[in-house]
Design a protein. Structure first.
Length: 364
C-alpha cells in the first residue's frame, strides 16, 4: 500500500448505469485501503439512486452535463465546486476527457487513471493524470469490475477482490415493491422479465420470450411481470400481448397474468422488487447488475456483448451467449450483416434458456 494516507477522495464515474454499479466494487477496495478517507463519487443524474445512501460512498456529486447546453458554463461551475472541496486524490473509472479535465483544472494534487479501460485503444488523456495505471490483462475476457478494481489495486497496493455494492433499500421502496407485487397472485411463483435492451443487438426476439413464458407457466404455474424504463413500456406491451396469446392458444390461461411494471420503479424499487422474486429472465442491461446485487436466481442472454466481461456478480446467475466470431462487436444496430436476425441473439434458443431456468428453479 502506498505510504500516503489520503483523506478526501473523488471518484469519477460519468458512465452508464451498469458500469457505475460495477465500479462500486472498486470503491469497496478503495475504502479498505483508506478506511479513514471520505469518498465522494461524481456521476450522472440518471444513476444517482444507485450510489446515494451507499455503504461505501460518503457523498455523491451530480454533473448534469449536456454538450450543447451551456457546456462551458457548467464545466466551470463544476470545477469551482470540486476545487472548493479540497480533494487530495481523484481516481477516474472513465476514459472520457471531461472528468479528467475537471480534476486537472480543480488542481487536485494526485490524479489517477488507467491507460485502457473499455478497449485496447491507448488513452489520449493520461497527460492529465499524475499517476497512470497500466492495465495488462485482456479486457475482452476479464470481468469489467476486475478492471476497475485493478486500478485501485495497482495504485494502493491493496490485494483482494470485492463485489458490487448497491445503495441501502429504503422502506418506501420496500412498500412500493409490495404494492406492485400485490397485483400478482400471492400463491404463485413470481418471475420477472426484462425484454428490451438499450438497442436491437441486445434485444432477444419477442417470440422466444413467449415460448419461455409458456413453458414456465406450464411447469410452475408462475405469474410474470416485466421491468424496464418508461420508454420500454410500449415494447413490453407488445411482448406481453404475444406471450398472452401463446398462453391462450396453449390452454394455459384465459386471463391477464403478465403485468407491465416498465416505468413504475426507480432503481431502488427495482432492487426491492427482486428480493421478493423467484427468477429473473433478462437481456443484458444496466438493470441486470442492480438486480444481481439481490442474489435472485437469474438467466441473462447476451447478444453483441460478452458475458466473459459483463457477467453479473451473483452466484445464482446463469448466462447464455452464442459467441460467433463477430462477437463482441462494434456494429451499429442497423449495420449488423446478419440483420434482421442477428445470429448472436437468434441462435440462443428458448430451449437453452429454459434449461437454465429449470436447473435454477429445481435446485435447492
Amino acid at each position: 500500500m502506498m505510504e500516503k494516507q489520503y483523506k478526501n477522495i473523488l471518484v469519477n464515474s460519468l458512465v452508464n448505469l451498469g458500469d457505475v454499479v460495477l465500479t462500486t466494487s472498486a470503491i469497496a477496495l478503495l475504502k479498505q485501503a483508506y478506511p479513514q478517507a471520505r469518498i465522494t463519487m461524481l456521476v450522472r443524474p440518471v444513476v444517482r439512486e444507485a450510489v446515494e445512501n451507499n455503504p461505501v460512498i460518503d457523498e455523491v456529486m451530480i454533473f448534469d452535463y449536456k454538450p450543447k447546453e451551456n457546456s462551458l458554463g457548467k464545466m466551470w461551475a463544476m470545477v469551482k465546486e470540486i476545487k472548493a472541496r479540497h480533494f487530495d486524490l481523484s481516481i477516474s473509472f472513465d476514459r472520457k476527457s471531461r472528468p479528467a479535465i475537471l480534476c486537472w483544472l480543480a488542481g487536485i494534487p494526485t490524479r489517477v487513471g488507467a491507460d485502457r479501460i473499455f478497449d485496447d485503444k491507448p488513452s489520449k488523456i493520461t497527460w492529465l493524470y499524475t499517476h497512470t495505471v497500466h492495465i495488462k490483462h485482456d479486457l475482452v475476457n476479464t470481468l469489467q469490475a476486475e478492471t476497475y478494481q485493478e486500478i485501485v489495486r495497482q495504485f494502493t497496493g491493496i490485494e483482494g477482490h470485492e463485489v458490487p455494492v448497491m445503495a441501502r433499500i429504503p422502506s418506501s421502496s420496500k412498500e412500493k415493491a409490495d404494492k406492485l407485487l400485490s397485483q400478482l397472485p400471492t400463491d404463485k411463483m413470481k418471475i420477472g422479465l426484462c425484454v428490451k435492451g438499450t438497442f436491437a443487438l441486445k434485444t432477444w426476439p419477442k417470440e422466444y420470450f413467449a415460448d419461455v413464458v409458456r413453458e414456465l407457466k406450464r411447469k410452475y404455474n408462475a405469474a410474470f411481470f416485466v421491468v424496464g424504463a418508461p420508454n420500454d413500456k410500449e415494447y413490453a406491451d407488445e411482448v406481453i400481448s404475444i406471450c398472452e396469446e401463446e398462453l391462450r392458444k396453449s390452454g394455459l390461461s384465459e386471463k391477464k397474468e403478465i403485468i407491465n411494471f416498465c416505468g413504475s420503479t426507480n432503481l431502488l424499487d427495482l432492487a426491492a422488487l427482486f428480493y421478493q422474486t423467484d427468477l429473473f429472465v433478462t437481456v443484458d442491461t444496466g438493470a441486470t447488475h442492480i438486480v444481481a446485487t439481490t442474489g435472485v436466481k437469474m438467466v441473462t442472454m447476451y447478444g453483441c456483448t460478452s458475458p466473459k466481461r459483463w457477467h453479473p456478480y451473483n452466484e445464482n446467475a446463469r448466462v447464455l451467449s452464442y459467441d460467433p466470431e463477430c462477437c463482441p462487436c462494434s456494429y451499429g444496430e442497423n449495420d449488423c450483416p446478419h440483420n434482421p436476425k442477428p445470429i448472436c441473439l437468434w441462435e440462443i434458443t428458448p430451449e437453452m434458456v429454459l434449461e437454465k431456468c429449470y436447473h435454477l428453479l429445481d435446485s435447492k
